[in-house]
Design a protein. Structure first.
Length: 236
């Protein structure tokens, strides 16, 4: 279970720190629900059978200039008007509390630009939830890791998210991430949109809790490094 928590943290950071949501296409208010599938490591696959369905679903909600992404219990809130990105880190599986990490919108955007990967438009297309999606490959500096995305140009997320240069105007409908992080084995993580629903989203769903303990970016990175260094101990 600890290994799954580590993967959830890495996945949440990876998806929320390199987002592609931008302003182009049809303006969208509502909810996008994704299925999550992890494969490649027997211990992870067996642990997935113990998880409730809610842990195998990712949810993106948006209304106006606010949005929220939830992945395996880890949440990221964006408030474009205030210029703040807040990550909610749930450590309850380790007997710890819930922590909030706040970063300026522009700082997250600049960090994404600094780490921009080489972008390859493959020309492949398919339909996901009724929307035309095209396949993109992102080169990554980590050996053994890869990222492929299926994105649509037909939706607008008004809140935006820190945009990766070169991919403005696209909303991901599928993430295919091959991870080779130390201590986690070779894990393939696939998020696929299963429902795109236009609806009113309550404002409270898009606001981080006020009573969670603050955590800095450095403290989060140190925690992720500790998880990766634990190796086999993550099997617990």
């Amino acid at each position: 279970m600890k290994r799954l928590l580590a993967i959830a943290l890495v996945l949440a950071v990876a998806v929320s720190s390199n987002p592609l949501w931008a302003k182009k296409g049809k303006t969208f208010e509502g909810v996008i629900t994704y299925t999550i599938n992890l494969s490649g490591d027997p211990s992870v696959e067996s642990s997935m059978d113990m998880l409730p369905p809610s842990m195998l679903t990712a949810v993106f909600k948006t209304r106006g200039q606010r949005s929220m992404m939830s992945i395996m219990g880890q949440k990221t809130f964006v408030d474009a008007k205030k210029g703040v990105v807040t990550s909610l880190i749930d450590m309850s599986m380790l007997g710890m509390g819930t922590y909030c990490m706040e970063n300026p919108y522009d700082a997250v955007k600049n960090n994404a630009a600094d780490q921009q990967s080489k972008i390859e438009f493959t020309g492949e297309t398919k339909t996901i939830c009724g929307y035309k999606a095209e396949k993109i490959r992102l080169a990554t500096p980590q050996e053994g890791a890869s990222v492929e995305l299926w994105v649509t140009r037909d939706l607008t997320i008004e809140s935006g998210l820190p945009t990766m240069p070169g991919l403005e105007g696209m909303v991901p409908l599928q993430f295919d991430i091959q991870s080779a992080a130390a201590g986690m084995g070779n894990i393939t993580i696939v998020l696929t949109a299963k429902e795109i629903k236009e609806q009113k989203v309550p404002n409270d769903d898009l606001l981080p809790p006020k009573d969670c303990q603050k955590m800095t970016q450095e403290e989060l990175q140190n925690l992720l490094q500790q998880f990766q260094n634990l190796g086999g101990e993550l099997d617990e």
